[in-house]
Write a new protein. Structure first.
Ligand code: FE
Length: 226
């Protein structure tokens, strides 16, 4: 069954009464939606608990979606895709609110898809070959990724990216993301404190290691390759 938010997001429609005329249906530009989580709120527990999901998805991610819709309302960005909004506002200090909320909306959707219940394990096929060629082996990748995630001062994101023929780890500050640096994201882990504080307090390294070992979605990374 479609919930109210989803319904409003899909239709983007509103009834408008014109004086002396019957009600007409005016179709507005479609809003940016909050995508459904790819698992239920307890699907990642105990590594990431349902309580963290309630706040992180239900409050933070939903809040970014609300803010991006408010920031683009009535501008030429209304009705454009999230990626187009991000590219159009990146690096423009006057568009900081739209960029931050659009990029955070995109980053969080990418993050939820970078994990799955009973994830972790080993990548295979072309992705495994690229990881071995770029990092030596899977342990080499994990060490590089954890270094990226723990080396980020303050809030941000750790990414596995495709950069030409090679894969590399990248950390970005605040809402920043690989697409505006000409790199293709394969996986991400959110290292804002809101992502791990309820479950791990200040132990960012333990959180990132647990995500890599038990939740990371290698199938998603493989689909993003190439
Ligand atoms: Fe977050």
């Amino acid at each position: 069954m479609m919930d109210r938010r989803k319904f409003l997001g899909v239709t983007g429609a509103a009834f408008v009464a014109a004086p002396g005329a019957p009600l007409i249906l005016k179709r507005g530009a479609p809003a940016i939606d909050l995508p459904k989580l790819p698992y239920d709120r307890n699907g990642l527990a105990p590594v990431i608990t349902g309580t963290t999901i309630d706040f992180h998805y239900g409050k933070h991610h939903a809040g970014y979606v609300r803010k991006v819709n408010a920031a683009i309302k009535g501008t030429k960005l209304e009705g454009q895709s999230l990626e187009a909004i991000i590219r159009a506002t990146a690096g423009d200090p006057k568009m900081g609110k739209a960029f931050n909320s659009a990029a955070q909306t995109w980053n969080h959707t990418f993050y939820w898809n970078s994990m799955k219940p009973k994830g972790g394990g080993q990548p295979d096929g072309a992705l495994a070959r690229k990881i071995n060629a770029s990092f030596g082996d899977l342990d080499g990748f994990k060490k590089a990724f954890v270094k990226c995630a723990t080396g980020r001062f303050g809030s941000g994101w750790a990414w596995l990216v495709e950069d030409g023929d090679k894969l590399s780890c990248l950390s970005t500050a605040n809402a920043h993301l690989p697409m505006t640096q000409g790199k293709k994201a394969l996986l991400t882990v959110d290292v804002w404190e809101h992502a791990y504080y309820l479950d791990y307090q200040n132990a960012r390294k333990s959180y990132v290691e647990a995500v890599l070992d038990k939740l990371i979605n290698w199938d998603f990374a493989a689909r993003n390759l190439g």
